[in-house]
Design a protein around this ligand. Structure first.
Ligand SMILES: Nc1nc2c(ncn2[C@@H]2O[C@H](COP(=O)(O)OP(=O)(O)O)[C@@H](O)[C@H]2O)c(=O)[nH]1
Ligand SMILES: [Mg+2]
Length: 480
């Protein structure tokens, strides 16, 4: 036990010693570390100072370089700017020059185009007034005789610009308007633009335009409007007659007056209102096409007030209805007393076109009419054939009936004869029997009679003898 204690003490002592020693070492180590750290710190500080200096150096260098760069850039920019300015100036000058050139070219073009147009206009102004029906047909059919003058029918809704269009035509021909055919000339009601009768306006020696009463979509719904149109085209309506689109017109009964025939039709539309033409077009165009065999000519008015879109739509609508031959115009109005060069040209081209179309229609109508006559003859022939066939059938039927009746009569007669024969035979037989009976009866009667006669004779003799006896007796008596 005492040993354990001393061991423990020894261990503790050694431990304390060790701890003391360790403490001392620790302290020394700590001091060493402190010194080392101090040195390190000093060195670090030195190094940092060094670094600081280095950095400062670099920074100044960088600053310097930056400054130099900035300077350079500034110089460069300045250079570029001046360069750019120079180039811009040069470019602007080039553009200006180009524009000037373009303007000059345009001006030149315009001048030449106007010159060209004016030339064309002059040419047409010389040409159009002398164009007459038949001129456009190089080799006319021998049996086609063209009208002396051509009537062009105008159709369109009220207020569309038909009457103004006639003034535009006149202007185009002369380049001025000496007399204004305003809507009042053809109207009962001037201010309403309400044309009710047709008004023929002679435009050239050979060309007359017929201003018409406005025809609306609702009119065209009716069969009377169709009849009125056809009656006008055929020349069955007089110009002075009041145009009635929705009333059965008496003109249907009127005979054709060739001078009143419409040889070419022009439909007038307002460029601002493509919507309104759908119904008019489909009906009117079909009607006219069926009669004249050609599509009517289209005129688009109000192009001065319509937007490009409206105008484009208008063309789409017209083309889709088959109207490809169309002419634009900004009409002569109370406010505008002139027609542009382009529109004058359009009007003259239209007149030329009318003559050409009129010729085609004239030839076509001639052909159509000849065809109609042929068809009528054909129909008449067919009807005649039907009549003849019917008559033949009827004759054959009657003959057959007669034959049948005769045959029936013959058979009946034969039957009758046979019957008669039979009856005769029977009668004969009966007669024979009767005769035989009679004979027998007669014979019997004769026999009886003979016997009776004999009896009578006997009686007579007897009577005579008796008488004789009496006589003789008497005589005897007498004698006696
Ligand atoms: N801005 C313009 N107005 C027009 C044009 N055509 C006709 N007018 C006007 O439209 C109105 C009816 O024209 P008008 O010729 O009497 O139409 P109509 O009933 O078809 O004969 C009038 O006031 C004209 O001045 C045109 O092309 N442009
Ligand atoms: Mg009018």
């Amino acid at each position: 036990m005492g040993n354990d204690q001393s061991n423990f003490d020894d261990l503790k002592r050694r431990q304390i010693e060790h701890e003391r020693k360790t403490e001392k070492e620790k302290k020394e180590l700590w001091n060493k570390w402190l010194i080392a750290e101090k040195e390190q710190k000093e060195q670090k500080m030195l190094h940092e100072a060094e670094l600081q200096r280095e950095r400062a150096k670099i920074e100044t260098e960088l600053k310097r370089q930056e400054e130099a760069k900035k300077m350079k850039l500034k110089e460069g920019q300045e250079f570029l700017r001046t360069e750019h300015l120079k180039r811009e100036k040069a470019m602007r000058k080039a553009i200006e020059e180009e524009e000037q050139m373009k303007a000059q070219i345009l001006h030149e073009e315009k001048r030449t185009s106007e010159e060209r147009k004016t030339k064309e206009l002059d040419k047409l102004r010389d040409e159009v007034p002398n164009l007459k029906p038949g001129d456009s047909i190089e080799f006319p059919n021998e049996d086609t005789t063209f009208a002396k003058e051509l009537n062009v029918g105008l159709y369109g809704t009220t207020g569309i610009g038909k009457s103004s269009f006639i003034n535009s035509l006149k202007f185009a021909l002369k380049g001025e308007l000496t007399e204004l055919t305003m809507e009042q000339t053809s109207t009962d009601n001037f201010h309403g633009g309400n044309t009710v009768r047709r008004l023929p306006v002679r435009i050239t020696k050979y060309l007359t335009f017929i201003d018409n009463r406005g025809v609306g979509a609702e009119d065209l719904e009716t069969i009377d409007a169709s009849n009125e149109i056809i009656s006008q085209l055929e020349g069955r309506s007089s110009f002075a007659e009041k145009v009635e689109w929705r009333k059965e017109s008496s003109s249907k009964k009127t005979l054709v007056n060739e001078e009143k025939q419409i040889h070419c039709t022009v439909l007038v539309f307002d460029a601002q209102n493509p919507q309104s033409v759908y119904t008019v077009l489909s009906k009117l165009v079909t009607e006219i096409f069926e009669w004249q065999g050609r599509y009517p000519i289209g005129v688009i008015t109000h192009v001065d007030v319509a937007t490009p879109d409206q105008l484009e739509n208008m063309y789409v609508v017209l083309n889709s209805a088959g109207l490809v031959d169309t002419y634009e115009v900004a009409n002569i109005t109370r406010e505008r007393k002139e027609l542009s060069l382009d529109h004058q040209l359009n009007m003259l081209k239209l007149m030329k076109r009318c003559i050409k179309e009129g010729d085609r229609i004239f030839a076509l109508r001639g052909r159509i009419e000849r065809m109609e006559v042929q068809q009528a003859e054909e129909r008449e022939r067919e009807a005649e054939e039907v009549r003849l066939t019917q008559a033949r059938f009827e004759r054959e039927r009657v003959e057959a009936q007669q034959a049948k009746e005769e045959e029936d009569a013959r058979i009946a007669k034969e039957k009758k004869e046979a019957l008669q024969k039979k009856i005769d035979a029977e009668v004969e037989l009966v007669l024979q029997e009767k005769f035989e009976k009679d004979r027998l009866a007669r014979e019997a009667r004769e026999a009886i009679e003979a016997r009776e006669a004999r009896e009578a004779k006997k009686n007579k003799i007897f009577v005579s003898l008796a008488a004789l006896v009496v006589l003789l007796v008497s005589i005897w008596w007498a004698v006696e």
